[in-house]
Design a protein. Structure first.
Length: 261
């Protein structure tokens, strides 16, 4: 597998993953969207279909890691060369940022309507007032479209939740043999992985929003901080390390469990 294949497959695949995954979050969140308030089931299945589509597109090109936790897990397990890891991770981050920009472009009118709504503007100061003003600004009203956040802010619990959920994901990938000797995901493997992601969302996603993928959270969070969105609020950088560190630990842990047993 060439460096060109890795870059192309991971960039495009991760961009599609975030476009469709972030897209369902935007559809459910934003005013003037036909899917407004569709709920958690729509989000979990939307992300599952996002994984299925992205894995199908990138599987034959780069192996469709699409997730640094998967890349680290496969490197620890031995299916991916450590020398290829930086290229995988950089391509995934770039793709995630591109996908987030595409979500913004697709829902541009809905973002404008939502963030200029008097009720949204009025609610923001009260929410931000709950946060220590010396700390980073509170999460803005549309940050959940771009990145994850906890329902109960407890760093230890939030970190453990992300580790557990990501361990399940990467173990499922390893035990299905989805790396297939470096030849990439098969169609059945992509479907199984997508269903696992839906299951994780339904069962383990409640506490933190189940990032289970560092670039799925970090890339769009960076884009949120840069986009010219009116009244967008803060990007909650004080929490941002958890959906990065937790999944990376989970990916490595899954690989060690797989190798042990």
């Amino acid at each position: 597998m060439s460096s060109h294949d890795i870059f192309l497959g991971e960039t495009i695949g991760t961009a599609v993953l975030i476009l469709l995954g972030g897209g369902v979050c935007a559809a459910v969140t934003l005013k003037r969207s036909k899917a407004k308030d569709a709920g958690w089931l729509a989000i979990t299945f939307g992300w599952g279909f996002a994984v299925l589509t992205a894995a199908y597109l990138a599987g034959g090109v780069s192996g469709a890691h699409l997730n640094p936790a998967v890349t680290i897990g496969l490197a620890v397990e031995g299916g991916t060369k450590w020398g290829d890891v930086p290229l995988y991770l950089g391509s995934q981050l770039l793709g995630a940022m591109i996908g987030a920009v595409l979500v913004w472009a697709t829902y541009y009118g809905q973002f404008q309507a939502h963030l200029t709504d008097p009720e949204i503007i009025k609610a923001q100061p009260a929410e931000e007032g709950l946060v220590d003003q010396k700390a980073a600004p509170a999460a803005g009203p549309v940050l959940g479209i771009f990145s994850t956040g906890p329902e109960i802010r407890n760093a230890v619990q939030n970190l453990i939740t992300e580790i557990i959920a990501t361990t399940v994901l990467v173990l499922a990938i390893l035990t299905q043999g989805l790396n297939d000797g470096g030849n990439g995901l098969g169609t059945l493997g992509a479907l199984i992985t997508a269903l696992v992601v839906v299951g994780i969302g339904l069962s383990l996603g409640g506490p933190t929003g189940y990032a289970i993928n560092p670039v799925r959270d970090l890339g769009p969070r960076i884009v949120h901080s840069l986009l010219p969105l009116p009244n967008k609020g803060g990007s909650d950088w004080s929490y941002a390390w958890i959906p990065v560190v937790g999944p990376l630990i989970g990916g490595a842990l899954a690989a060690y469990i797989f190798k042990l047993f």
